[in-house]
Design a protein around this ligand. Structure first.
Ligand code: GLN
Length: 485
């Protein structure tokens, strides 16, 4: 039996029955990482000693009959989450020497449940990217085809789940960074509603868009992990004080009678034929499951990518000001004064894409341009949110592709940032609207690359979205597959 191919719920039953120990399970994951990560490069830091100690503690807790849902389960988190006494590099050279003095709220929540945190996962630098090629720790490879990208920026998080290195992971999603890599790696990834999960202790990229979320091999595990980390946190004033439902309780209620909307602006030219085919088949499955399918319109879709790249870069330029060699960051001091030190530090510490975005964002915020760019983008954002709220007056959920194509080749888009930005066209509007969305496997290309379908839910209706995702997963056979690594 390969332990790492089971689901969290299956393993939980085995842990409680004493058929397997957390220590065995943790060792199995560490062995799997040792056997595969030279090819994938999904991990930046592996916390072997801490993980084995946490596993032993979890086994004691299990023996005492005091198990929480994640007790003893090996997980890993994107290297954007602060974990006490462990490095948080955020995929950047500038944070090479940063050891966190505290746990992010979500990490503390996982720890309180007795989860085993195996390590920190590779990502695009400061979460800026769609391919994981912008990492100071090197690119991550797609477990289904090592010549291809896993997607980004949570590429390490998606690849690690797909390859069975850990049972589930946490990522962050500012414009698609959970859903797009989940789609490219054939796993389930969920971006909750803005405010559903605390961002305290998560390195900020674009604070009005960033949201934490789970990636797992199946819908139920995703629901379990979401429930474990969701909720109000006084340390994050943008987290919302609304009760966290039991996501597992309604999981099996099906989609009969639900109205699912297809935004006509999302089924466009440029969508790869195989993606269109797989998503069309998914729509048919929902029809057969008893959902009513209707066409809807999100009329401002065309402006979403431009709007996002103004707001996200503006917020990033402000958030990244703290990496100056004084407050944070590896200092490069050539002895030519304070300003010189700032310049050397930032020139040496940031990669090209991060520098590009700081420049774009600083420009958009500068006096004389602020009204024309930043303020205008904020207004467009309101219209985009309004599109979604209007659509949700007619339907319960929306269904769209996740990405226009399956995973692309390493190096294919690095020379053309605009092409890279456009690959997020279907995921970005959900962040701008602040609502929830998820990616679930719905097929594969003729090359054997996974394809995902996106469900978008009403604000704070993650339970309803998960319920629809579960119904699809049960009716089909696309998820839970492991690449021959
Ligand atoms: N690819 C998008 C970007 O580069 C989204 C990234 C993200 O969601 N963190 O901004």
């Amino acid at each position: 039996m390969q332990l790492n191919k089971l689901t969290i719920s299956q393993l939980r039953a085995k842990l409680i029955a004493g058929e397997v120990s957390s220590l065995e399970l943790t060792r199995a994951c560490l062995e799997r990482i040792a056997a595969t990560d030279d090819k994938l490069n999904a991990f930046i830091t592996i916390c072997e000693t801490e993980a084995l100690a946490a596993a032993e503690a979890a086994d004691k807790r299990l023996a005492a009959g005091d198990a929480a849902p994640l007790t003893g389960i090996p997980l890993a988190v994107k290297d954007i989450f602060n974990v006490l006494d462990v490095r948080t590099t955020c995929g950047s050279k500038i944070l090479d020497n940063y050891i966190s003095p505290y746990d992010a709220t979500v990490v503390a929540k996982l720890r309180a449940q007795g989860a085993v945190i195996i390590g920190k996962l590779n990502m695009d630098e400061f979460a800026m990217g769609s391919s994981n090629e912008n990492s100071a720790a090197g690119s991550v490879k797609n477990p289904w085809d090592l010549q291809r990208v896993p997607g980004g920026s949570s590429g390490g998080s998606a690849a690690a789940v797909a390859a069975g290195q850990v049972l589930a992971t946490l990522g962050t999603d500012t414009g698609g960074s959970i859903r797009q890599p989940a789609s490219h790696c054939g796993v389930v990834g969920l971006k909750p509603t803005y405010g559903r999960i605390s961002r305290y202790g998560v390195v900020a990229y674009a604070s009005s868009l960033d949201q934490v979320g789970p990636l797992a091999s199946n819908v139920e595990d995703c629901a379990l992990l979401l429930g474990a980390v969701a909720g109000y946190d006084p340390a994050d004033s943008t987290s919302v004080d609304t009760p966290v439902p039991d996501y597992l309780a309604s999981l099996k209620d099906g989609v009969k009678g639900k109205k699912i909307g297809l935004p006509k602006e999302y089924f466009i030219e440029g969508l790869a034929a195989e993606v269109k085919q797989a998503v069309t088949a998914a729509i048919e499955t929902y029809r057969q499951l008893g959902a009513e399918i209707v066409e809807v319109s999100l009329p401002h879709t065309d402006y979403a990518v431009a709007c996002y790249y103004l707001i996200a870069t503006a917020e990033a330029s402000s958030n990244l000001a703290r990496y100056d060699g004084v407050r944070f960051g590896v200092r490069k001091d050539n002895g030519d004064g304070l300003v010189g030190m700032y310049q050397h530090t930032r020139a040496a510490g940031f990669g090209d894409e991060v520098k590009r975005r700081i420049m774009l964002g600083t420009y958009a915020l500068s006096s004389g341009y602020y009204d024309a760019y930043y303020l205008k983008a904020q207004k467009v954002r309101t219209l985009i949110r309004q599109d979604f709220l209007t659509a949700f007056e007619q339907v319960d959920l929306l269904l769209t592709p996740v990405a226009p194509t399956p995973a692309f080749k390493l190096g294919e888009k690095t020379g053309d940032p605009l092409q890279m930005y456009l690959s997020d066209i279907f995921t970005i509007p959900v962040n701008l609207a602040g609502t929830c969305g998820m990616s679930l496997p719905c097929g594969s290309s003729s090359d054997g690359l996974p394809i995902g379908v996106q469900l978008i839910g009403k604000p704070f209706a993650e339970a309803e979205m998960l319920q629809a995702a579960y119904a699809f997963e049960q009716a089909t056979d696309f998820g839970g597959k492991f690449p021959p690594l």
